[in-house]
Design a protein around this ligand. Sequence first.
Ligand SMILES: *[C@@H]1O[C@H](CO)[C@@H](O)[C@H](O)[C@H]1NC(C)=O
Ligand SMILES: *[C@@H]1O[C@H](CO)[C@@H](O)[C@H](O)[C@H]1NC(C)=O
Ligand SMILES: *[C@@H]1O[C@H](CO)[C@@H](O)[C@H](O)[C@H]1NC(C)=O
Ligand SMILES: *[C@@H]1O[C@H](CO)[C@@H](O)[C@H](O)[C@H]1NC(C)=O
Ligand SMILES: *[C@@H]1O[C@H](CO)[C@@H](O)[C@H](O)[C@H]1NC(C)=O
Length: 549
Amino acid sequence: MQILGAGGVAAVALVGLASHAVMVSTAPAGSEQQSRPPYIVNKHRARAVQDAFRVSWDGYYQYAFPHDSLKPIAKSWEDDRYVFCLLFLFRNGWGASAVDAFSTALIMGNWEAVDQLLNYIPTIDFSKTNTEVSLFETTIRYLGGLLSAYDLITGPLSGYIPRNRTTQVYYILVQAKFLADNLKVAFDTPSGIPDNNLYFNPPRRAGSRTNGIATIGTLVLEWTRLSDLTGDQQYARLAQRAEEYLLHPRPALGEPFPGLLGANVDLGTGLFVDGAGGWGGGTDSFYEYLIKMYLYDPYRFSEYRDRWVLAADSSMKYLISHPTSRPDLTFLAMWRNRTLEFYSEHLACFSGGNFILGGLTLSDPSYVKFGLELVNGCRATYKNTETGIGPEIFRWQDGRTPLNSSNNPGPPVNESGFYEKSGFWVANGGYVLRPEVIESYYYAYRATGDKKYQEWAWEAFKAINESCRVGVGYSGILDVNRERGGGYRDFQESFWFAEVLKYSFLIFAEDDAPWQVRADGKNEFVFNTEAHPIRVAKGGRRPYSGKWK
Ligand SMILES: *[C@@H]1O[C@H](CO)[C@@H](O)[C@H](O)[C@H]1NC(C)=O
Ligand SMILES: *[C@@H]1O[C@H](CO)[C@@H](O)[C@H](O)[C@H]1NC(C)=O
Ligand SMILES: *[C@@H]1O[C@H](CO)[C@@H](O)[C@H](O)[C@H]1NC(C)=O
Ligand SMILES: *[C@@H]1O[C@H](CO)[C@@H](O)[C@H](O)[C@H]1NC(C)=O
Ligand SMILES: *[C@@H]1O[C@H](CO)[C@@H](O)[C@H](O)[C@H]1NC(C)=O
């Protein structure tokens, strides 16, 4: 196969590097002593999540592998897929669920799935696909999944992989590099800001005029890591050059509040074309990665930290909003220039976790405190619905803005009773196995050790298990406010494996595993936006003890 030929050359170059990576150095003793939150391992619940992974994986492996995703009711598969994400078209057929499940299988110690994946990865042909390729989706799922698996296997889990698998382990990195080599044509624009849409055979860009700040600004962790692992700086340079336009936004229209940006940038000029944004889909993970890059390497990415601080401070000052019916809840508004709009999304509920991570990383409790308030707001969107799961989009009426003004309408008549008790009403009731609320519970728990967050995560996991488990796996549902979710989408998203199951597991699992987020900010791993843990640049290689299993 073509890929094996191309990979063989790179494998030779990588041997020295990989054998180096197997050397293990333990973290300094006593580094965890200062005020560790009182974590409680709950093996029973962790095992229930592992069981859910096994069911989902077995269904996928039997009926869909090596296609992208399982249709659990039809017992079939889908490659051509529209991700219910408002903006992104994501297609390819390289086994999205398989690669997305890899780091979760490793962390859960599902060695059977790991074995299947080690066999599979070298066989993917990343030079061929019949459909359009999304640079962003391919980076966060495939590149992130591969780099994470490589970091875990050559780091803390090196003792868990048989020595006769060394070749397959090299191929994880070989394939990551080969994929990036096919994707890098995306950056071939006048400004150096990538076109998000590509075609392969041969690799070429689709010719978009603009790109969004999430799809531009959520590449830099994966592409920098690839350079750091291979020693080839071209990948880091491409992603960081594109990011420059977001760190120094022009013109003023593109930055309506300090650090808070518009949504789209012109690929020719690098200028912002609008001033509308938020912490939701299309812009969200640009902000997320600013602080994660600083966590990845505080020496190289202090400017990213400064921009995160600016964005976080502006959000606390300008975007904070309390619903008229539930002033105890805190949400973040969206903006259109400097006009606020009072709606939010399931996707935006990662923001609580991101504020908490920022607070821990910068040792600033005010960000943690604000993050916990946001977590509490998102929890309300779960607690009050029929299924116990939060909706895709919700709205509220803001207490500080003139009531009934054009940007601050009240609820529709038939929703006013629900709004009175819940503090929001549902604008889109779908649930597509998204992780963000449980993700933020995880950060809240790691910061505080407060058992309440484990209870909330368990409530959410049970509700999802109840409404979404169907056929040979799990499926998205149509309406969280109807009994039994109002029907199934018959689609098991790949991020169900990567994110929902991982965060649900980690909140109950062994608390001092090397990939766990630490309350003292001294993390050895940073989770990419798809929840793939990437080893930080100066990360220790503390071996995993696996003692709780
Ligand atoms: C690799 O080693 C394991 C034992 O560690 C053994 O069970 C397995 O059969 C070996 N596989 C191959 C392909 O040699
Ligand atoms: C935002 O501001 C720009 C110029 O400052 C203006 O052209 C545009 O119409 C405004 N957009 C909205 C939605 O108000
Ligand atoms: C806003 O509109 C609602 C219903 O349309 C009405 O009951 C309420 O009195 C209005 N409030 C204000 C302050 O105008
Ligand atoms: C309220 O009415 C809208 C529009 O007809 C409908 O989509 C929504 O489901 C209704 N809400 C409830 C709680 O019945
Ligand atoms: C999940 O659902 C399955 C099937 O209904 C059930 O057997 C299992 O106990 C549930 N798990 C939890 C944690 O509720």
